[in-house]
Write a protein that binds this ligand. Structure first.
Ligand code: COA
Length: 307
């Protein structure tokens, strides 16, 4: 078969809804794009454990602590599933983790911000996991088998995370005026990072066209963002909360119009300039060093040899 015939067969399989599996022929660009995408996604899961993890010792009740610990463990488990899915494409987990730790590879913009109060834990669970589930439910229909299957499982757990976050918000909003104000303040601070979570506008997106051509990304960044806004803006308003965007409104067709965020901030954050970026990477590096003996033990190498 010529390269052209292989490509045509590959694209025909995708068009008829087949999943591409690790041993199948695939264009180099498809492989590279999937490694990039899944690697960044796995990085986001493991870095996403940090802002919430810092609140485990301060959770207001024992039950809240248990639920938060379970959620943080889920996130780390998602990273494990995703690094495994990326490994099926030929890049080792060690190489991916090292690129994360050296700042060479990206992770989600939203995990670069401080978690200032307990209300932040509610907003992250409800709205950031809410955004993630919209993105991941769509990507779970994508063409690469191992990634799609990992996402199906991840989405089931995200559905619990949203409830955990929403329950925190509802409890705080039924509390004192100060607790209500804490929720509003957290929403104000997280709103713009959440709007940016779905990536740049379609006209500025570098990879969407390639990912759509090969059935990896069923909807564009702007379509996903719009889906999130249509679902969550009415719920936010129903609770009596306001959004820090005076121009945000929903038109008769249900489309949400909003102020364009400052994309210069987004690019600075995703390129290592986020308010918590350096600290988060430093924590991750430390935990990687401290976990070296576990990796050695699991690999059957002498634990005492750890530097
Ligand atoms: N945080 C960090 N980087 C982001 C980002 C975000 N929220 N959104 C986009 N970017 C980066 C892209 O990775 C890309 O950088 P690169 O060329 O160095 O890889 C650049 O901005 C341009 O974006 P775009 O061309 O639109 O990338 P994309 O087509 O891959 O779309 C996502 C971006 C996030 C929508 C897509 O990667 C995705 O769906 N990823 C899987 C889910 C995921 O990672 N979720 C995050 C945590 S739950």
């Amino acid at each position: 078969m010529t390269e052209q015939e292989r490509l045509e067969e590959f694209e025909a399989r995708i068009a008829q809804g087949d999943k591409i599996e690790p041993g199948d022929w695939m264009p180099d660009l498809y492989r590279k794009q999937l490694i990039r995408l899944i690697h960044q996604h796995a990085n986001s899961e493991i870095m996403g454990a940090l802002p919430e993890g810092t609140w485990i010792p301060y959770a207001p009740t024992f039950k809240r602590k248990l639920a938060l610990m379970a959620k943080v463990q889920d996130e780390v488990g998602h990273a494990q599933l995703l690094y495994r899915a990326a490994e099926t494409l030929g890049k080792s987990r060690e190489a991916m983790v090292e690129e994360l730790l050296s700042g060479q590879s990206k992770y989600s913009n939203v995990f670069n911000y401080p978690c200032e109060t307990w209300a932040d834990i509610g907003i992250i669970g409800w709205l950031i996991d809410g955004a993630a589930i919209i993105n991941q439910t769509l990507m779970a229909e994508g063409s690469y088998g191992p990634y799609a299957r990992a996402l199906k499982r991840i989405c089931l757990e995200e559905a619990f995370h949203i409830k955990q976050g929403y329950d925190i918000i509802i409890t705080l909003m039924n509390g004192t005026p100060q607790q209500w104000a804490m929720v509003q303040d957290a929403l104000n601070r997280w709103w713009w990072p959440i709007i940016m979570f779905f990536g740049p506008h379609d006209k500025a997106s570098v990879h969407t066209a390639t990912l759509q051509r090969w059935g990896v990304k069923p909807k564009t960044n702007d379509e996903q963002r719009q889906e999130f806004l249509r679902k969550f803006v009415p719920k936010i308003w129903e609770l009596g909360l306001t959004l820090p965007d005076p121009d945000l409104h929903i038109d008769e067709a249900g489309e949400v119009h909003f102020t364009d965020p400052d994309w210069a901030i987004f690019y600075a954050v995703i390129n290592g300039g986020g308010p918590m970026g350096p600290e988060r990477l430093a924590v991750r590096r430390l935990s990687y060093q401290e976990g070296a003996w576990v990796r050695r033990a699991l690999a059957g190498r002498p634990v005492a040899a750890v530097a």
